[in-house]
Ligand binder design. Structure first.
Ligand code: NAD
Length: 291
């Protein structure tokens, strides 16, 4: 079967962390979640991260702030967590209300506790290939999938579609790094790319992070390519319980027969994000213990 079971891989990562953390003596790792407002998707994401942390033995701390919070109040909260040695990781759930600048808020988090990897310095550390930096969780999760599924990127042509910092650009940087899990030749396509199907057809590995349902069609995929679908899109479906269903950026039914390996949506890249957040938190804990 050519399907990549991201849910199982994420469970493996979580189980490995849980067993390592169970063996720790003394205080357990801890992560603080700051959620501003009651955006339903944010409430659900933070709940899921909180639950996974508890399962693993990472102590979660939930800070809920009203959507009227000022930048000064938010920063005061971040500063308090930065100064607290019992807190190893800090995550500010995106999106923030429009009166708050996200990047400024992410940069307020101490670089050593920035387990989401969105701090400007951690982006720089990724470019410099510093192994002690934190890489944002979804691109790190894609690399982890490749590693655990024996998909070597070495010398391969990886075509990333989408250039966002949260996924496309960061994954491109990871894949081109010098190192046994990377060493790819990377092309990044985006909304201004000419001849995108032609470029994609030359890919050994396609990573689709566009945010458009079914964007990647069979004419863009060479037979035998690996297809990683990052998209999470809601499409109306009156027969579904919630009135919609979740689909990826790849036309799965049409592309799957061509691909040597393919991630489904849901159940592919999605579950890896929370697992990698926990991995980053444990890494922060270990680095802080030795610094
Ligand atoms: P984004 O909107 O920030 O970026 C989309 C990128 O796609 C842009 O760089 C843009 O240039 C490119 N693009 C848009 N239209 C295009 C076109 N017609 N041709 C070529 N390129 C085009 O989105 P994002 O945050 O990178 O997210 C992308 C998708 O991944 C979304 O569906 C999102 O929900 C999903 N996502 C999933 C996870 C996860 O699995 N945990 C995490 C983050 C994002």
């Amino acid at each position: 079967m050519n399907l990549i079971d991201g849910k199982r891989i994420a469970q493996d990562v979580v189980a490995e962390l849980a067993s390592e953390i169970a063996r720790l003596e003394g205080p357990k790792p801890s992560i603080a979640f700051i959620r501003v407002g009651e955006d339903p998707a944010s409430v659900s994401y933070v709940r899921s991260k909180n639950r996974t942390a508890e399962t693993i033995g990472i102590t979660p701390l939930l800070i809920e702030l009203p959507d009227t919070v000022t930048q000064e109040e938010l920063f005061a909260q971040v500063d308090k967590l930065n100064a607290d040695p019992a807190v190893n990781g800090i995550l500010i759930q995106s999106p923030l209300p429009s009166h708050l600048d996200e990047q400024t808020a992410f940069n307020r988090i101490s670089v050593e506790k920035d387990v989401d990897g969105f701090h400007t310095s951690n982006a720089g550390r990724l470019v410099q290939e510093d192994p002690d930096g934190f890489v944002s969780c979804t691109p790190a999760g894609i690399l982890e999938i490749c590693h655990r599924e024996g998909i070597s990127l070495e010398g391969k042509h990886v075509v990333v579609i989408g250039r966002s910092l949260i996924v496309g650009k960061t994954f491109a940087l990871l894949a081109m790094q010098k190192g046994p899990q990377a060493n790819a030749t990377v092309t990044v396509c985006h909304s201004r790319t000419r001849n995108l199907p032609e470029i994609a057809r030359t890919a050994d590995v396609i990573v689709a992070a566009i945010g458009r349902p079914g964007f990647v069609t069979p004419d863009m995929v060479r037979e035998g390519a690996v297809v990683i679908d990052v998209g999470i899109n809601r499409v109306e479906n009156p027969s579904a319980k919630r009135g919609y269903r979740i689909v990826g950026d790849v036309d799965f039914q049409a592309v799957a027969p061509l691909a040597s390996r393919i991630t489904p949506v849901p159940g592919g890249v999605g579950p890896m994000t929370v697992a990698m957040l926990m991995k980053n938190t444990f890494k922060a804990y270990k680095l802080q213990a030795t610094s």
